[in-house]
Design a protein around this ligand. Structure first.
Ligand SMILES: C[S@@+](CC[C@H](N)C(=O)[O-])C[C@H]1O[C@@H](n2cnc3c(N)ncnc32)[C@H](O)[C@@H]1O
Length: 237
């Protein structure tokens, strides 16, 4: 291993370590919204970003919701072809400020930082006039009320271009953990799962488990159907 490799490896390790601490501090501050005690691992980030990797090399509009310390954002940035645009949405002001720093200092964005924009807001309040080819969601749905999840899922479908893809993840085993909690919590959790199952029946194109993540997670991929109008007009991208 030469010195240069060792240095970048060390830098990477130190960065992941610092990120882990930041994440843990925010989880202790507000676990329901943060939704995890550690950032997603690389395998999970890779699976969540696969729809961008597998799209033809042309400019894409991508939205990442609930980016945390940026573990998925870091996987997305190198995939952005010239002319592509990434909107990153994060509700937590401390995470949003870290994400802005990531965008300012990422080597791949040195000459094209304007491709990525960080929005400090709730994704349900995101006010944009574009639609997206891919949405990657890191939101902790099973911590939310069914009404919140419904609002966010309908907004995602509205924001997706016809034929566009949404990926999101959920930790495995949360149903069993919630069954041990208060009955109202278990009921809320079940209602969210039922609501998401309804979306899966209509729109899911894939589901995978990432056992190596901490905790293990399940990734869902959903696709907004193409409309006849878009197919006929050849406007499907
Ligand atoms: C489970 S963490 C995922 C973080 C990151 N994507 C990852 O995989 O490591 C969920 C993130 O969503 C953010 N969040 C929660 N509710 C949100 C909302 N309504 N709009 C935008 N971000 C939200 C939290 O602040 C947190 O950073």
């Amino acid at each position: 291993m030469d010195n240069r490799t060792t240095t970048s490896h060390d830098r990477d390790l130190a960065q992941r370590h610092a990120e882990g601490w930041t994440f843990l501090v925010e989880a202790l501050r507000d676990l329901p919204t943060t939704g995890a005690v550690a950032p997603s691992g690389r395998a999970l980030a890779r699976l969540l970003t696969d729809p961008v990797r597998h799209r033809p090399a042309r400019p894409l509009n991508v939205l990442e919701a609930g980016a945390g310390t940026g573990s998925v954002t870091r996987s997305l940035i190198p995939l952005l072809s010239p002319g592509s645009r990434l909107d990153v949405v994060e509700a937590n002001p401390r995470f949003a400020s870290r994400l802005r720093h990531l965008v300012r200092t990422h080597p791949a964005l040195a000459t094209r930082g304007d491709q990525v924009c960080v929005h400090h807001t709730l994704v349900e309040h995101l006010d944009v006039d574009r639609s997206y080819d891919v949405i990657v969601s890191g939101l902790p749905f099973t911590n939310f009320t069914p009404a919140q999840v419904e609002t966010i899922m309908s907004r995602y479908l509205e924001l997706l271009h016809p034929g566009g893809t949404l990926t999101y993840f959920a930790y495995r085993g949360t149903r069993y953990a919630r069954a041990l909690a208060a009955p109202t919590e278990a009921r809320r959790h079940r209602a969210v799962e039922e609501l998401l199952a309804h979306y899966h029946r209509r729109y899911a194109t894939g589901c995978w488990s990432v056992w190596g993540n901490l905790p293990p997670a399940r990734v869902w991929q959903l696709r907004r159907p193409e409309t006849k109008r878009h197919v006929a007009a050849g406007t499907l991208r």
